[in-house]
Design a protein around this ligand. Structure first.
Ligand code: ZN
Length: 373
């Protein structure tokens, strides 16, 4: 591999790696990491999640008096991510619009690889470095969830998986997923509607009373999918609602969940009739757990120092989504998310500036150097 981060990035995005198909990119990264002198290990996360590759973990030995530093990115992309043909126009890398670009998260992968290579090539004394490239981040953080965290010796970690280089995300919300089944009573809609209980009507009344959209500066709630019903001449007896809520504050999240249930109770209560009863089933699960790292924590301070040294303004903020960092923080590793330059992600308009890739690689290099002092 070369130290030109743009070239390396272009190579990576040309390798198909939609979630559960990370094999080829994993093989390339394992070979490149080994060539750089790392001990490389791949787990068997695919046995649990399907697919054809495991998480790739590598360790570069270094000054044994220092604790290791961890860098993390994900190998998988969203769809449509096969046959990507990157195009560079005026310093911006994009596609022809038929696929995503895959800068989410190949930008992070490339910046980490190239930043480390520069440090190794320079012969500079450095702390031990750990690298984790995960699978299936985009379909529920599956790789990070099943990775054996006891392999990680670092206490500080950096996921490169966000927008502008300079961003340092120090918190992310918890999320709760719901599947709600509302039941009514079937009847012929034209002949005997009075014998039916319309589950779609009950569900709609409940949804109208639920918390919705932005609840406050750190909480949201969204019913995102509704399905059910068979025909216009049948009073529907079963409707399924799928939704989610997020908050940086777990007690607020619990309150939102309680309010969603309260809305269902109230709606269902209106339809306890002599000819039948409405009811509901509520299935909820905590999708991922919030994290919040103080601005004066060493993991934030190091990123800030490296950014300032490069003349890039640090933008410390909280994020609105879950990522592998939620999983590692829960496991006791203080991990922030650094911007890697990606833009318009999860769309075929995805793009990244060449200059952002260069800044990202500079940042990885600068962080290792600053950390190793
Ligand atoms: Zn990502």
């Amino acid at each position: 591999m070369h130290t030109d981060v743009v070239k390396y990035f272009l190579e990576l995005v040309c390798i198909d790696s939609e979630s559960r198909n990370e094999r080829k990119v994993a093989d390339k990264l394992k070979a490149d990491l080994a060539a750089l002198g790392a001990q490389v290990f791949e787990d068997e996360a695919f046995l649990e999640h399907g697919g054809n590759a495991g998480n790739v973990f590598a360790r570069f030995s270094g000054n044994p008096e220092k604790e290791p530093i961890l860098f993390c990115a994900h190998m998988d992309t969203v769809r449509p991510g096969n046959g990507i043909k990157p195009i560079i126009t005026d310093g911006v890398i994009h596609t022809d619009g038929s696929t995503i670009l895959g800068s989410d998260d190949k930008s992070g992968v490339a910046e980490i690889m190239v930043g480390i290579k520069r440090v190794i090539d320079s012969g500079a004394d450095h702390a031990p470095i750990e690298v984790l490239f995960t699978i299936c981040e985009e379909i529920g953080l599956l790789g990070a969830r099943s990775f054996d965290k006891s392999k990680i010796k670092a206490k500080l970690g950096y996921a490169f998986d966000s927008h502008e280089v300079g961003e340092v995300i120090i918190g992310a919300p918890s999320a709760e997923k719901f599947e709600i089944i509302v039941r009514g009573k079937e009847a012929h809609a034209g002949v005997e509607p009075e014998n039916g209980i319309n589950a779609l009507r009950v569900a709609s009344e409940a949804i109208a009373m639920m918390p919705n959209g932005r609840i406050d500066h750190e909480s949201t709630c969204n019913m995102g999918k509704i399905s059910g019903g068979i025909a216009t001449n049948i009073v529907p007896n079963r409707i399924v609602i799928n939704g989610e809520a997020r908050s940086h504050d777990n007690s607020k999240l619990d309150r939102i969940v309680a309010e969603v249930k309260q809305a269902l109770d109230t709606a269902v209560q209106r339809y306890q009739l002599p000819h039948g009863h409405a009811s509901y089933e509520f299935n909820n699960s905590r999708d991922y757990v919030a994290f919040s790292i103080a601005e004066d924590h060493p993991v934030v301070q190091l990123a800030k120092k490296a950014l300032i040294g490069l003349g890039i303004e640090p933008k410390i903020k909280k994020g609105g989504g879950g990522s592998d960092a939620n999983i590692f923080n829960l496991a006791g590793i203080s991990m922030v998310i650094c911007g890697s330059g990606m833009d318009n992600v999860h769309t075929v308009r995805e793009r990244i500036k060449v200059s952002e890739l260069e800044k990202g690689a500079d940042l990885v290099e600068a962080m290792i150097i600053a950390y190793s002092k």
